[in-house]
Design a protein around this ligand. Structure first.
Ligand SMILES: NC(=O)c1ccc[n+]([C@@H]2O[C@H](COP(=O)([O-])OP(=O)(O)OC[C@H]3O[C@@H](n4cnc5c(N)ncnc54)[C@H](OP(=O)(O)O)[C@@H]3O)[C@@H](O)[C@H]2O)c1
Length: 316
C-alpha cells in the first residue's frame, strides 16, 4: 500500500474529479485545488466531489495553491503539451512531483522535444519526477503491448485494435469524437484539431523507443463513423513504419453505441500472441486508477521526466 501523500488537483473536469475522489479514498490528503472554470472557482472541493465540505476551496491562481506545498500535483487540464508546459514547470518549481493526463506528455520526445527537455531539466534541478499517464495513451495501446512482448523471443510487428462505446464515456470525449455532428462539421473539426484522439503517435513512439525499433514515419488517418448522415464517432488509424514496412499499427474506433467494444493486441512474433480484453477497458475509470496508482512510483522515482514504460503504474 502506498503511504499517504499530500496532493493538489490541477484541473477538475470529469477526469480530475474522478482522480481526486480515488486519491482521497486511498487516504491521500488534498491540500489545494486549481481550476479556471468560473463555475468551479471558489467552490469547496469536497462539495464539488459530492462529499461533505473539506475546507479546500478551488483557486484559479496556481501560485496560491502551490504555496501549500503538495507532494504531488494530479494534473488534468489539457491534451496539448505546449499549452500545459508552463503549468507543469510551475508545479516543478514549487517542488511538487507531477502526474499528468496530458496526452502529449506521455511520450513528448518525438514531437515536443524542446518542451520535454525543459521539463526534464527543471525536474532534475528540483529533484522531482514528472510523468504523463492515462489509459490511451499510457496503457492499453502502448504499455500493455510492451509488457506482452516480454513473452516473445522475437517480435516483428504489433497491431492494437481498440473499440470504445463512447456513450459510456464522459461528455468531453463524446465531443472529441464528433458524436452528433454532420460530416461537414466533423471534417472541419479534424482540420482545426478539435476532433480527433490525441496520443496515437505518442503511443507508437513510446513503444518503438522501448523496443529499440527505428520508426522513421508515423502516418495517421481520421474518418467519421456515420449512421445515415449523422456522425456517431470516429475511426482513427496510426501506422508506424520503419525500413519501408508497417511495424506498429494502432486502430481506434470511438463510437456512440459501438456494438462490440474490446481491446485486442496482436503480436506478430515468436510465439505469436493475441490478447483481448472483452468489453474493452473503461477509459475514464482506468485513467482515474492509473493516475492514482502512479503516486507511489513517482514518490520514489529518479528525478526528471519519465514515461510509463519507465514507471509502470501497477496497483499498489
Ligand atoms: N491519456 C489518457 O488516457 C487520458 C484519458 C482521459 C483524459 N485525458 C485528458 O485529460 C484531460 C482532462 O480530461 P477532462 O475530460 O476532465 O477534461 P475537461 O472536461 O476539459 O476538464 C479540464 C478542466 O481543467 C480546467 N482547465 C483548463 N485549463 C486550465 C488551466 N490553465 N488552469 C486550471 N484549470 C484549467 C478546465 O476549465 P474550463 O472548462 O473552464 O476550460 C476544466 O475544468 C484532457 O486533456 C483529456 O484529454 C487523457
Amino acid at each position: 500500500m502506498t503511504s499517504p501523500v499530500t496532493f493538489a488537483s490541477y484541473g477538475l473536469g470529469p477526469i480530475g474529479q474522478g482522480i481526486a475522489k480515488l486519491a482521497l479514498d486511498r487516504g491521500h490528503r488534498m491540500v489545494a485545488a486549481i481550476d479556471v472554470d468560473p463555475e468551479k472557482v471558489g467552490r469547496d472541493t469536497g462539495t464539488l466531489l459530492g462529499a461533505g465540505p473539506n475546507g479546500v476551496s478551488i483557486t484559479a491562481d496556481p501560485a496560491v495553491a502551490l504555496a501549500r506545498k503538495p507532494d504531488v500535483v494530479l494534473h488534468c487540464t489539457s491534451s496539448r503539451l505546449p499549452q500545459v508546459t508552463p503549468q507543469i514547470l510551475g508545479c516543478v518549481e514549487a517542488g511538487a512531483r507531477v502526474i499528468s493526463t496530458c496526452e502529449e506528455l506521455s511520450f513528448p520526445w518525438r514531437d515536443h522535444a524542446d518542451e520535454a527537455r525543459r521539463i526534464d531539466a527543471a525536474a532534475k534541478a528540483r529533484s522531482v519526477t514528472v510523468v504523463g499517464v492515462g489509459v490511451n495513451p499510457g496503457f492499453v495501446m502502448d504499455l500493455l503491448p510492451l509488457v506482452i512482448t516480454g513473452l516473445c523471443r522475437e517480435v516483428r510487428g504489433i497491431k492494437v485494435t481498440r473499440v470504445v462505446d463512447a456513450s459510456k464515456r464522459r461528455l468531453p470525449l463524446q465531443r472529441k469524437v464528433g458524436a452528433g455532428m454532420t460530416r461537414e462539421e466533423f471534417d472541419a473539426g479534424v482540420k482545426t484539431g478539435k476532433i480527433g484522439h490525441v496520443g496515437l503517435a505518442e503511443s507508437i513512439a513510446m513503444t518503438a523507443g522501448a523496443l529499440g525499433w527505428n520508426v522513421d514515419d508515423i502516418s495517421e488517418t481520421i474518418e467519421p463513423v456515420l449512421k445515415g448522415s449523422e456522425v456517431k464517432g470516429l475511426h482513427q488509424v496510426a501506422v508506424g513504419s520503419g525500413g519501408g514496412r508497417a511495424l506498429i499499427t494502432l486502430d481506434l474506433t470511438m463510437e456512440v453505441g459501438a456494438s462490440t467494444p474490446h481491446d485486442t493486441i496482436v503480436i506478430d512474433g515468436d510465439p505469436p500472441l493475441t490478447v483481448t480484453a472483452a468489453g474493452g477497458v473503461h477509459g475514464d475509470v482506468a485513467t482515474w486508477a492509473v493516475a492514482v496508482n502512479a503516486i507511489g512510483r513517482v514518490m520514489t522515482a529518479a528525478p526528471g521526466l519519465a514515461t510509463v514504460s519507465d514507471l509502470p503504474p501497477f496497483h499498489p
